[in-house]
Design a protein around this ligand. Structure first.
Ligand SMILES: Cc1cc2nc3c(=O)[nH]c(=O)nc-3n(C[C@H](O)[C@H](O)[C@H](O)COP(=O)(O)OP(=O)(O)OC[C@H]3O[C@@H](n4cnc5c(N)ncnc54)[C@H](O)[C@@H]3O)c2cc1C
Length: 401
């Protein structure tokens, strides 16, 4: 374990390139940002399990770390539509970076719905300036993927609240300037009486575990973090006492699920493109044709991959509309879209592995990376199994828990 003072993201004198452009102009500039600061590093980051620091810095310089933060606080004031498009575009080049980014904006959303104390608004302003990355520290060793039911409990002292917890995976561990922590409330009684806090990563007692060496999303630094009697002031409380669960359901879940679905869309698009590139370029000299020309089975496989990816794009667009104008179906769509996206990405990347044969096992097609990265969404909470359980209960008219 090591204590953590993350390196600054941007030097203090620099400012985001623009907090004045529209959603459309950000999308116009995104391809060059991705070409220069994301795509070129993605293979190496995957190979070395290296954090995508160039990509995060570039997103900060462009103001995109403040995508959802109101313009009054220096952010871009944009909504779920631009969020989903940016995440999908990043994931097509580097899914690890997309996950780091979506965790950051899910954390920022928690700060945005909280009382705007000096601690909270200072952090939001730093994010808008590209100098502050945050993340979610929800999962615990003791309750595993049941993020709604942590086993750690806050301890109230005369100086403030003290947090001690074993967080099992924290994306951007050792790189994020802060984390949104869930813990049982100091005076709570029930298993979901939780409270959320903003904890700075350089606080004494924040201990980062061994370096992340995962199978997929290898660049996202998802190490465990131990919190040892960390002090948080009252101004850093992000939910009502015992009100953590409703913030998780109303604020975190919709944005996280949309972000994961958009990440899976980007991964699926990348897998389709890589498959097309290989099938149209690899040749069977003795038959005088490319793989694409030679076999109808491969063409059918590509058709299924493309159609599943297009279907996922429609689901993501639908969820964006649901979040912009919530209605009675919104929670169901929030759940269904994540499960569908997780399964589509796994299916599309598995098909890509099969269609490209032995070539997909070698690194040059990148399909092995897409396949490995696609596995993560399904096991990230709420896992596909949990979502299916919730959806099944909802459809059958049973209580969700
Ligand atoms: C790359 C990566 C990054 C991550 N980043 C973060 C992060 O930034 N912050 C964070 O808080 N967490 C993070 N996590 C943790 C993640 O959200 C899950 O908590 C974790 O993946 C669950 O793994 P586990 O072994 O604890 O699963 P377990 O809880 O042990 O689950 C094992 C199996 O049981 C199933 N299961 C569990 N509960 C139910 C149920 N109620 N109904 C049906 N089936 C069930 C699961 O679907 C799974 O198949 C990350 C995980 C990964 C892989």
């Amino acid at each position: 374990m090591s204590t953590n003072a993350p390196a600054p993201l941007l030097p203090p004198e620099s400012h985001p390139a623009s907090a004045r452009a529209t959603g459309a102009s950000y999308l116009d500039r995104l391809p060059s940002l991705i070409d220069e600061s994301v795509r070129v590093y993605a293979d190496r980051n995957d190979e070395l399990a290296r954090f995508p620091e160039e990509g995060i810095r570039a997103l900060g310089e462009e103001g995109l770390l403040g995508l959802s933060i109101p313009t009054a606080l220096g952010g871009l004031g944009q909504g779920p539509g631009l969020f989903a498009k940016v995440v999908a575009a990043l994931a097509e080049a580097d899914a690890s970076l997309a996950m780091v980014y979506l965790m950051h904006l899910a954390g920022a959303a928690v700060l945005l719905q909280a009382s705007q104390t000096s601690v909270v608004s200072a952090a939001l302003r730093e994010m808008a300036m590209g100098r502050h990355l945050t993340t979610l520290a929800f999962s615990e060793k003791g309750s595993r993927s049941h993020f709604w039911s942590p086993v750690s409990r806050a301890r109230r002292t005369p100086e403030g609240v003290r947090l001690s917890a074993n967080k099992s995976w924290v994306t951007s561990a050792g790189h994020a300037q802060s984390m949104v922590v869930t813990t049982l409330s100091a005076e709570g009684h029930g298993p979901v009486d939780t409270t959320l806090y903003l904890l700075r990563s350089d606080e004494p007692g924040v201990l980062i575990g061994p370096a992340w060496n995962g199978m997929g999303l290898r660049g996202n630094a998802s190490s465990p973090i131990e919190l040892k009697d960390c002090c948080v002031p009252e101004e850093a409380r992000l939910s009502g006492e015992g009100g953590g669960m409703s913030v998780k359901l109303q604020t975190v879940l919709p944005l996280f699920n949309l972000g994961v679905a958009a990440m899976d869309l980007g991964i699926s698009r990348a897998a389709v493109k890589a498959t097309v590139a290989h099938l149209t370029s690899a040749r069977l000299e003795h038959m005088g044709s490319s793989l694409a020309e030679a076999f109808p089975t491969l063409r059918a496989q590509v058709a299924r991959m493309q159609s599943a990816t297009d279907g996922l794009e429609l689901r993501v667009e639908d969820l964006v509309r649901q979040l912009e104008s919530p209605g009675p179906q919104t929670l169901l769509r929030v759940l269904e879209t994540k499960a569908a996206a997780n399964e589509i990405a796994i299916q599309v990347t598995s098909d890509a592995m099969r269609a490209c044969g032995g070539a997909a096992f070698s690194r040059h097609t990148r399909i092995d990376r897409y396949f490995r990265d696609a596995q993560a969404g399904a096991v990230m909470a709420p896992t596909v199994d949990q979502v299916n359980e919730f959806v099944g209960r909802a459809v059958l008219g049973l209580p969700l828990m």
